[in-house]
Design a protein around this ligand. Sequence first.
Ligand SMILES: Cc1ncc(COP(=O)(O)O)c(C=O)c1O
Length: 378
Amino acid sequence: MSETLPAIRVPLAEVELGDPEIEAVVAVLRSRWLTAGPTVERFEAALAALAGVPHAVAVSNCTAALHLAYLALGVGPGDEVLVPTLSFVASANMACACGARPVFVDCLGEDDFNIDPTDLERRITPRTKAICVVHYGGYPCRIDEVLALAARHALPIVEDCAHAPGGTFRGRPLGSFGEIGCQSFFGNKNITTGEGGACLTRSDELAGRLRLLRSHGMTTMTWDRHRGHASTYDVALAGLNYRLDELRAAIGLCQLERLADHNARRGRAVRRYRRVLAERLPQIRIPFAAAEESTFHIFPVLLPAGTDRPGVIARMRAAGVQTSVHYPPTHTFTAYRGSSPALPRAEALAPRILTLPLYPRLGDEDIGFVVDSLRAAL
Ligand SMILES: Cc1ncc(COP(=O)(O)O)c(C=O)c1O
């Protein structure tokens, strides 16, 4: 018989949903138009406005957004795409889905888990077709340096903004710097629609390609034909079906209303964590320790070198605290093992990363409990 775990007292993440989302979904159901239509259009307009770009193309998830971004930029067989190793695997997997090869780039180090622009530039070859960066945890990467090196090498940038809706770098919205920004509305993200995502772009041409690729390469959508705006369609290229639906867009519009408040409350919790950890557990190192410009998507810390992390995770879980690890470096997974030279900084810090619970409703008492559980587990 398997051992039963005690109830979770502090989960890793928590979604805040309420009557507005429920009513919005019911209204869509009552409208009887469920596939992409007017609500998706309104959601796209709101996402574009938030990011300060003219175009948002809503899609079924961020993995789809990354796939479309690479395809729209012409990534194909034989190409290389530079990706951060310390990120979610989707940016590498989608390079493979295009027939290209992901080339992994090291992170800056213990204080900043984001991509190292110097290592990035070192890995550019004649085959490099695009650069993908992530704003890890909602903390902006050194996008100014990445923009400068991308310009020197005439390479496009895909910004993986899965952690960063509403985020900025020196006041300018994340997702507006690269050629295409990609967002995720997965269940644990700062905005959720269950599953969902979007591509952001300043380029009319790229927006057109993304829209075609999203829906089979078809020149009109069912909604256009339903409205009488079109009676037929052509297929301009071999596309996919990565559309978002009205139900999710309706949830997304409600979530957008909550975003600024949620990001502010996440930030407040992070500042509290920083103070309590400094007092009670000074041996825990906190990356992005003083950063204020963030969407505070997750709260990773570094355990002292040599800590038995699986033991700490198990003991915290036994105390009712859920934790996670963001991320095992992608180049060390079975699928990518042997495909990359050593990336020493990511490899050195990876066994020490522990992600502590973070969500808007996380209170001071919860934070005290998490830190005390961590102290006991150590
Ligand atoms: C950095 C990053 N990129 C991409 C994704 C993929 O997002 P989705 O689950 O919406 O496909 C995630 C999801 O966790 C992520 O964290």
